[in-house]
Design a protein around this ligand. Structure first.
Ligand SMILES: NC(=O)c1ccc[n+]([C@@H]2O[C@H](COP(=O)([O-])OP(=O)(O)OC[C@H]3O[C@@H](n4cnc5c(N)ncnc54)[C@H](O)[C@@H]3O)[C@@H](O)[C@H]2O)c1
Length: 360
């Protein structure tokens, strides 16, 4: 395959990142665009020289000459669009979370297998330079065996609007756990070498949102039909048991009485050393510190990392998979596991008990 002809579905924040990335990379041409906001869509089509642009995703999939699509729309549409696109023989790059739940994720992977096409899910945070720097420290053995990690993404007032698709369980699949927590889970498992999670114990809260606190009044997200206003959590906390006896704690919150702004990161304790990465307000590179013991003297090393390439790396890897040709290896199966873990967390919170993910 020489030039890969792509269509981008969605012209919000995420869709615009996909457009930038395809435009910047060699070997791909954006040939079609879909999105309901006519003005934004036309402006983007003009900016990127895209001749064909339509409002509904169904109309985009009817166009000829497409090899692949990016799906950057509200989460409830990921599975229907991905399945329809795969059935038409197109490769699919879906935004995170893969879908609202495991069943939808599974239907997408099955469609990718049946069509023998690539299904990929974009996790841009694991592409950060500071995450990769920390991964190289762990892989070099500087922390010994990591046995405990706490990872978080927390905001003070970051609920994305009232009555938006983000705040509607039926449209989003959940609140911050499935929105930003899934990034935290993805980069944590990447750093820990993909351990199996054997059990989860979660709690979710909506005390602040239900009291009208924590909404991001500058959010550009608009209310949508079918929304009940707010019926998801504003904070989720999860205790996860790992197969090797380790523990991973995850906190994901859009709102809390805490320091201002938006912060994500991870703290890791290992048998030989510890590490802490804190990223405030989307800084291109976070503050990364390694804690070791230097002949009985506690030592701290501050590491610097280059900014990562985010969506550009996500899109580049997707294009490489499409070009590589062995598509059966890239059916998106990993996404089922993340969706299964998130489902188990919501079940644990609803039933107020630990939920096991493996037998025994
Ligand atoms: N990777 C990241 O860091 C990141 C960040 C933000 C959002 N996301 C993900 O990207 C996806 C979109 O989020 P967003 O913030 O861009 O949302 P958004 O609400 O800003 O944009 C959604 C887009 O989907 C389009 N859309 C809705 N229904 C459609 C239809 N029937 N046909 C065609 N287009 C339709 C809308 O017109 C809009 O352009 C979500 O899955 C979200 O989780 C990922």
């Amino acid at each position: 395959m020489s030039e890969i002809h792509v269509g981008v579905i969605g012209v919000g924040w995420a869709g615009q990142r996909h457009l930038e990335a395809y435009d910047a990379l060699p070997g791909a041409e954006i040939v079609a665009l879909a999105g309901l906001e006519e003005q934004t869509r036309s402006a983007l089509a003009a900016q990127y020289g895209i001749e064909r642009h339509v409002d509904r995703w169904e109309d985009l999939l009817e166009l000829d000459g497409l090899d692949a699509v990016s799906v950057a729309v509200p989460t409830f549409l990921h599975a229907p669009i991905a399945v329809a696109a795969l059935e038409r023989g197109l490769h699919v790059l879906s935004e995170k979370p893969v879908a609202r739940n495991e069943a939808e994720a599974r239907s997408m992977v099955e469609a990718a297998r049946a069509a023998n096409r690539v299904l990929d899910v974009g996790f841009n945070h694991r592409q950060r330079g500071d995450i990769h720097k920390l991964k190289s420290v762990i892989d070099a053995g500087r922390l010994g065996r990591p046995y405990y990690a706490k990872a978080w993404w927390l905001r003070r007032s970051g609920i994305p609007g009232v009555g938006t698709w983000f705040t509607t369980a039926e449209l989003a699949g959940g609140g911050p756990l499935v929105d930003i927590g899934v990034h935290v889970l993805d980069y944590s498992l990447f750093l820990l070498g993909n351990p199996t999670i054997t059990a989860v114990s979660a709690s979710t809260y909506d005390l602040l949102a239900s009291a009208g606190f924590g909404f991001d009044h500058e959010s550009t997200k608009t209310s949508v039909a079918g929304s009940s206003g707010f019926d998801v959590e504003d904070l989720a906390t999860v205790f996860m048991r790992l197969e090797d006896g380790g523990t991973l704690l995850v906190e994901a919150g859009w709102a809390a009485h805490r320091s201002d702004g938006d912060e994500f990161g991870i703290t890791l304790y290992g048998s030989k050393g510890g590490a802490e990465l804190i990223v405030e307000d989307y800084a291109p590179s976070g503050s990364l510190t390694i804690f070791t013991d230097d002949d009985g003297v506690p030592a701290e090393t501050r590491l610097t990392a280059r900014p990562g390439r985010g969506h550009r790396a996500v899109v580049e890897q997707f294009l490489e998979k499409v070009r590589a040709g062995c598509w059966e290896e890239h059916d998106g199966a990993g996404a089922i596991e993340l969706a299964r873990i998130v489902d188990a967390c919501y079940r644990s919170a609803a039933e107020q008990r630990e939920v096991r993910l493996v037998d025994g």
